[in-house]
Write a protein that binds this ligand. Sequence first.
Ligand code: GRF
Length: 192
Amino acid sequence: MARRKLGILISGRGSNMAALIEASRAEDCPYEVALVASDKPEAPGLAWAREQGIATFAHSPKGIPKPEYEAAIDAALREAGVEAIALAGYMRLLSDDFVTRWRDRIVNIHPSLLPKYKGLDTHARALAMGDQKAGCTVHIVTEELDGGSILGQAEVRIEARDTAETLAARVLGEEHRLYPKVVAKWLTTLPR
Ligand code: GRF
């Protein structure tokens, strides 16, 4: 069976993108990464993807109307034969129109145990609430921010000495394990 073609959208560091790409090198991995797209041409993750020989789309949306910018990303993804998209620290909200065009074919990784702490500053919020555990969630992207159905989660115990930074680092380690695993499983069930 041909491997499924995955596109990844990033805005920065790209450590989850790197985890997805590293995992795709395994012989039995059901996907390959066909394109990495970034709204930040200077994103560190983009340089790394290029070094790995992966095709990239690197354009800032500045001064471009959103529908036009998203149409350009959409065209690049389709040209690369992408069948599904993984958001990996992509900091821009996708329009309802884009989500509709890729219905049930976009996933995201979020650094909290959804439905808790949608949006930003998840670790500081979990600490402020006195939570005993934190974690990360892989979910389908819908029009509702961080609201689509949950495909997988990983938990991390919160320690008394944790700061938002130490907690973020431990959760990130779990993200790197969880995301490739869940994406691989999800892609094998996706209609061609
Ligand atoms: C991760 O914490 C992810 O959960 C969130 O944005 C961060 C991206 O980090 N959506 P990286 O760019 O993958 O290193």
